[in-house]
Design a protein around this ligand. Structure first.
Ligand code: PMP
Ligand code: GLN
Length: 396
């Protein structure tokens, strides 16, 4: 039976997907639960977002309707996104023709890539890259070319990137702020990418889910701010991080009207539409006053600094976090050199789970020195994690 099942799986799987296996986020969260570890691996808050948003959703669910909504999202949500893009990023976006609401950024990325890529098109991924990018590019039948960002500053390797672009390049994906490097791209880097896209008539897809988690007084730069990318970029975002409700899966894609048509075309055959009552509640949340957004950032700044100081005091080399809610460390500073066995050991014996970062590279021999901890947790959770880490590394 076992063999038959395996055989069946082999028959039905898209061949190109086989190497990807189970997501590292599932793997580490399951391991954390098995060992009662403090879970600083998969990036989700251990608290729910504001009660007023949940009450708004409850009211909308009870009142109804609870039927399909317009495939590309309810107007009030798209209008709220358009207002927010003006308020925070000084960008004019047309809610009717330039926004598509999706089931999280994950579906937004899939709808975008499946909407624009054809078999044998090339797509450029900057590594370390978020785990869903490569599998979706494979599902679209595209060929992937990888370009690695390297420590210590993970800056754009311009020469390598320019060599990688060619006449078959259809798109490049840019995650800004970057998970797991925690860097933000500067204007020069984005313009450089924009110029290459223009030269090779390629698209740029921006994954900007951490747009509101940019620290130390810096402002988020969107692909939509890059003049060279006018009418050639798709910007993906999500309400998951900003409102601490990762389970709701409400994301969206912003793009020029003709590009939006490509996204809407594939989105309608992936999920058709999202959940109306939840979109209604998130529209209310997006319109929160600036103070909400400032407090979120202030809270996360404190958590970042607290965990960063604690990891550094254990002797770990901690990279700066300019954006996201993660901290990246180099485990060689404690004498380790294998991220996967380090994370397994830390979860099982130290009682703290983190993410091994080699899984964000196509070539798994890269990134073996890097481990990611998330700090989107209650203060008491972080305290418990810090105590366990101190006890564990103290008694080595
Ligand atoms: N992109 C990046 C870089 C992420 O870290 C995540 C995780 N939230 C996602 C996309 C997926 O977002 P969502 O949960 O809205 O699908
Ligand atoms: N984005 C989250 C992270 O980077 C994980 C999301 C997921 O589990 N798919 O940790």
């Amino acid at each position: 039976m076992q063999n038959e099942e395996n055989h069946l799986t082999d028959e039905i799987a898209i061949q190109g997907l086989r190497p990807f296996g189970t997501s590292i986020f599932t793997e580490m969260s399951v391991l954390a639960n098995q060992h009662g570890a403090v879970n600083l691996s998969q990036g989700f808050p251990d608290f729910d977002g504001p009660r007023s948003i949940r009450e708004k959703a409850a009211e909308a669910l009870v009142r109804g309707p609870n039927q399909y909504v317009l495939s590309y999202g309810i107007p009030v949500f798209r209008e709220a996104v358009a207002r927010k893009m003006k308020r925070f990023h000084d960008l004019d976006v047309d809610p009717d023709t330039e926004i598509t609401v999706t089931s999280g950024a994950t579906e937004a990325l899939a709808a975008t890539l499946l909407g624009i890529l054809e078999t044998d098109d090339e797509v450029i991924l900057l590594e370390p890259s978020y785990d869903s990018y490569a599998p979706v590019a494979v599902m679209a039948g595209a060929k992937i070319r990888y370009v690695s960002l390297d420590a210590p500053d993970f800056s754009l390797p311009r020469e390598k990137l320019a060599e990688t672009f060619n006449g078959n390049t259809k798109a490049i994906l840019i995650n800004n702020p970057q998970n797991p490097c925690c860097k933000t791209y500067n204007r020069e880097e984005l313009s450089f990418i924009g110029e290459l896209c223009k030269k090779y008539d390629a698209y740029a897809v921006g994954d900007e889910v951490y747009e509101h988690l940019v620290y130390d007084g810096h402002k988020h730069l969107s692909l939509l701010h890059v003049p060279e990318l006018k009418n050639r970029c798709f910007v993906v975002s999500s309400t998951a991080k900003t409102f601490s409700m990762t389970g709701w899966k409400i994301g969206y894609v912003i793009a020029a009207p003709n590009l939006t048509n490509a996204v809407r075309m594939s989105h309608q055959f992936l999920t058709f539409c999202g959940q109306g009552p939840l979109q209604e509640a998130m529209a209310f949340a997006i319109d929160f006053p600036d103070s909400y957004y400032h407090e979120l950032l202030a809270d996360y700044t404190k958590k970042r600094d607290r965990l960063s100081d604690a990891l550094a005091s254990l002797g770990l080399k901690v990279f700066p976090t300019a954006g996201t809610y993660y901290l990246l460390v180099d485990i060689r500073s404690l004498g380790y050199d294998d991220d996967v066995s380090f994370c397994r050991m830390l979860t099982e014996k130290g009682g703290v789970a983190a993410i091994p970062c080699s899984c964000f590279w196509n070539n798994r021999s890269r990134g073996k020195e890097l481990v990611r901890f998330c700090f989107c947790k209650k203060d008491e959770t972080l305290e418990e994690a810090i105590n366990r880490l101190s006890a564990f590394f103290g008694r080595r």
